[in-house]
Write a protein that binds this ligand. Sequence first.
Ligand code: ZN
Length: 678
Amino acid sequence: MTNPLLQAHKLPPFAAIQPEHIVPAVQSLTTSNLEALQTLLDLTQEPSWDTLVRPLEEQEDRLNQAWSPVSHLNGVANNPQLREAYNQSIGLLTEYNTRMGQNSALYAAYKHLTEGAEFGRLSQAQQRSIQNALRDFRLAGVDLPEAAKKRYGEIQTRLSELSNQFSNHVLDATQGWYKHITDPALLAGLPESALAGAAQAAKNKNLEGWVLTLDGPVYLTVMTQADNRELRREMYAAYMTRASDQGPTAGQWDNSALIEEILQLRRELAQLLGFANYAELSLAPKMAESTGQVIEFLRELARAARPGAERELAELRDWVASEYGDTNLEVWDVPYYSEKLKQARYQISQELLRPYFPLPKVLDGLFTLLGQLFGISVRQETEVQTWHPDARFYAIEREGRPLAYFYLDLFAREGKRGGAWMAECRVRRRTADGLQLPVAYLVCNFNAPVGDTPSLLTHNEVTTLFHEFGHGLHHMLTQVEVAAVSGINGVAWDAVELPSQFMENWCWQRPVLQYLAGHYQTGEPLPEAMIDRLLAAKNFQAAMMTLRQVEFALFDFRLHMEYGEPGFPGVQALLDQVRSEVAVLVPPAFNRFQNGFTHIFAGGYAAGYYSYKWAEVLSADAFAAFEENGLFDVTTGQRFLREILEKGGSEDAMVLFKNFRGREPDIQALLRHAGIQG
Ligand code: ZN
């Protein structure tokens, strides 16, 4: 039997891939890669790019080409057999990566390469990929004495168990509580769609009436729309005490002990590798240079946003007092009244905007913009095989020559993971047969067209599409030919959102909105008055939102710097300190936000939550260059293309930024865009 995952294809043969192909393919490729590596190390006397790095890149790419459609299908066309095969393969791949990452002979060969005469003659991209590899070997503990290496492995294993438990607890606690309602009066204020969802949730539990759960969208709808204050309080208390020692499910899935153990082990891990604390370790591959620089950055942002946030809160208080006669604003009242104030002030809602953003029009507009900015054109190719009739395939061209390709899968459906993302299908690199062009997957979850009505997007959804396209452009427009630093590969974590957030800015420009929007029945452009209101509402409570992000980021960062140091006050006390320094609205004492903070305890954001704001400084300042030189200025567009998008991870993010902007990033553009200052 032939396994399609083990054959070479220009593009993945989606129709032929079956769950039973997956594990054998991953087994076969990882085993043969490890064997080939051994042979390579045995045979190579004098490691060079051609005898060591190129063959390794070749075999890694073979594995990636087999794995990328599997991982993609797991996200967009999931079923139990596929999930099972996927999970089994993840175990194999983790083991494979550990064996590659801790291979001392390979590390020595790389080191030898940097010391040889050839190194100086290699391209910038080649040199950088080797330096990154050496850094990653060190961070994987390859340099450590045997006992420490063993301990490193134990800690990593334990940490991945703990992270997994942490997120399972949050999931269990989220699903382990619900509010059963039989009196419809309690649900006043909720929109039709939310009521239908709540009725369905009750039916699923064989209950009469309605059930409100702690799922994110339900919780958010209740907090912003439900008129009943006691209902909001109860939902807030349940949500903000998930997986803790407080609230309605206190003690059942308590993450408090896990938090302590995770922090302890992270500190030990960092110190094994010679860092003072985990925050320092986290920064080693990032753009930010020191822990002090990150703390100062966050505090600067807090100082700048503080007066605006105080003003926003005072405005809300005054408005609620005069409109509702209510002078005692609790934390669970703020989202509700804020929504009311926003509607009263701007009369703009996402639903009102939908008819003006039919998907075909939005895509045309986006492609027009890409042509204006970067001189590229986008063309659909209909004969390429995909995984679902909704998925389409496009080529990106310049002057008739193909640069890259992408799949577009935009509608929500059964078996497809929620959210939006860009993923890599093929990476741009130089092969023995010539140049391999990049291919991307771009995935969103919009409403599908119904009958003759096209998919209609909210403005938020348009922004999401632009965001993911920004990641896609970074991957697809790269000119780098070394896989490890091509496109988004090798880009520092705190700089990787630059192109995506940069693209979002275009959704807020009047001239762009004028051609991006058009009523799906009449073709009428978005009325100027609606554009005015949309733009005016953009920064509603932006300073308060900024402070919330800074609160999370500063807590995360200080926690990973200070845990275990003399004088560390404890996790809750540290959070209290950060809140009293930063927040304008201090939550009640029972709040256990940290126990559900999966980004840092079960995701990749430990001592890295600041990255969101850090990258926003870069993207806002990059966009400001277009504001200064003219939105559609060709020279500025070309410079952004040449210095940022095309360079990928081949050069330090700060160097690239300076090459584009002519100076270091300045925080002022971010503050100005958010209406905070300037
Ligand atoms: Zn992103």
